[in-house]
Design a protein around this ligand. Structure first.
Ligand SMILES: NC(=O)c1ccc[n+]([C@@H]2O[C@H](COP(=O)([O-])OP(=O)(O)OC[C@H]3O[C@@H](n4cnc5c(N)ncnc54)[C@H](OP(=O)(O)O)[C@@H]3O)[C@@H](O)[C@H]2O)c1
Length: 278
C-alpha cells in the first residue's frame, strides 16, 4: 500500500528498517528477503554502516530501482552545507545508486550541544538538502527526530518544505505535540522502533488484542501505527518475522482496541532530541 508525500510521490507502507542489521551477508539477505515478501520501501542511514549491503540486497532482489523507495540519512558529524552534500554523495556511492527517494537529517542540532547556533546549523544543513533535490540526487527531503521547536526555523527558511519527520513512535510514546505540528505543516510522520525494539511484544494488553484477532503482537502494533495515520518502519533479520510484519491489511482494530493501546504507560526506548549528545 502507498501513502502520498506532499510533493505527490508515493511512499510505500510499511517500510523495512535496517538499524543494527549487521553489514554483510545478514543485511544483504534481509533486504533481499524483504523485497521478495513485498516491501518496496527500505530505510537505512550512513550511521548504520550497512549501505553497501543494502545496495547489494536491492541488486540481488532483481527488482528495478524505480519500483523501490530508498531512504538514507545524513549523520550528525556531517551537518552543515558542504559536509551534507559530500555525505549524500558517499551514501549514493555506497548504495550503488544514482538517487535516493528520501534523504533525512538524522537528528537536529540541539541547544544543549550547540547553544544559540543550533537553529542556524539546522538551516544550513537544510540548504544542502534543497541543493540535493535541485541536483536530482534526492527526490524528497525530510527530517528525523525534529520536534516543533527544531522544525520551526527550518520551516521558516525552507524553499522546499520538509516532507517527512521520522520519530520514535509506538504504544507508550505517541508524541502528540510533534504529530500535530507535522500535520499542521504537511509533514508525513514515520514511526521508528514501532515495536519498541521488541520490548512491547510481551505486553499483556497487546497480547490479549492479538489473540482476539489471531495475529501476533507485532502485527497488532504495526496495525495500530497504520490506523493512526503514521508510517511504520520495522526491522527484522528473520525471514518469518519479515513476512509476518508485512501481513497487516487483512484485519482492523476497533476503537476500543485502539484506545487501549494508546493508553499504555509512557515508555521511551531511544534518545530524546533535546538531550542527545551524539
Ligand atoms: N531515525 C532514527 O533516529 C531511527 C532510530 C531507530 C530506528 N530507526 C529506523 O526504524 C527502524 C525500526 O526501528 P528499530 O529497528 O529500532 O526497532 P523495531 O523495528 O521496533 O524492533 C526491531 C526488533 O524487534 C525484533 N522483531 C521484529 N519483528 C519481530 C517479530 N515479528 N516478532 C518478534 N520480534 C521481532 C527484531 O529482531 P530480529 O531482527 O532478530 O528479528 C529487533 O530486535 C530501524 O531499523 C531504522 O530503520 C530510525
Amino acid at each position: 500500500m502507498n501513502l502520498t508525500l506532499p510533493n505527490g510521490f508515493p511512499i510505500p507502507t510499511p517500510g523495512f528498517g535496517t538499524y543494527k542489521t549487521p553489514d554483510g551477508e545478514v543485511c544483504v539477505n534481509a533486504v533481499r528477503e524483504a523485497i521478495a515478501v513485498g516491501y518496496t520501501h527500505i530505510d537505512t542511514a550512513a550511521l548504520y554502516g550497512n549501505e553497501c549491503s543494502v545496495g547489494e540486497g536491492v541488486r540481488q532482489s532483481g527488482k528495478p530501482r524505480e519500483e523501490l523507495f530508498i531512504t538514507s540519512k545524513v549523520w550528525n558529524t556531517e551537518r552543515g552545507y558542504d559536509k551534507t552534500l559530500r555525505a549524500c554523495e558517499k551514501s549514493l556511492k555506497d548504495l550503488g545508486m544514482d538517487y535516493l527517494d528520501l534523504y533525512l537529517i538524522h537528528w537536529p542540532a540541539n541547544t544543549k550541544q550547540f547553544g544559540d547556533r543550533a537553529d542556524a546549523i539546522n538551516v544550513d544543513t537544510w540548504r544542502a538538502m534543497e541543493r540535493l533535490v535541485e541536483e536530482k540526487m534526492v527526490r524528497t527531503i525530510g527530517l528525523s527526530n525534529f520536534y516543533s521547536s527544531h522544525m520551526a526555523p527550518v520551516l521558516a527558511a525552507a524553499n522546499i518544505a520538509p516532507a517527512v519527520d521520522q520519530i520514535e513512535y509506538h504504544p507508550g510514546l505517541m508524541q502528540e505535540d510533534t504529530v500535530v505540528a507535522c500535520r499542521e505543516n504537511g509533514l508525513l510522520v514515520e514511526a521508528w522502533s514501532p515495536l519498541g525494539r521488541a520490548r512491547l511484544l510481551d505486553n499483556p494488553v497487546i497480547l490479549d488484542i492479538a489473540s482476539r484477532h489471531g495475529k501476533s503482537a507485532a502485527q497488532v502494533i504495526l496495525r495500530w501505527v497504520i490506523q493512526n495515520g503514521v508510517l511504520p518502519l520495522v526491522k527484522s533479520v528473520h525471514a518469518e518475522r519479515i513476512h509476518e510484519n508485512f501481513d497487516l491489511f487483512g484485519f482492523a482494530l476497533d476503537d476500543d482496541e485502539m484506545c487501549a493501546m494508546s493508553a499504555l504507560p509512557e515508555a521511551r526506548f531511544g534518545s530524546h532530541p533535546d538531550t542527545v549528545e551524539f
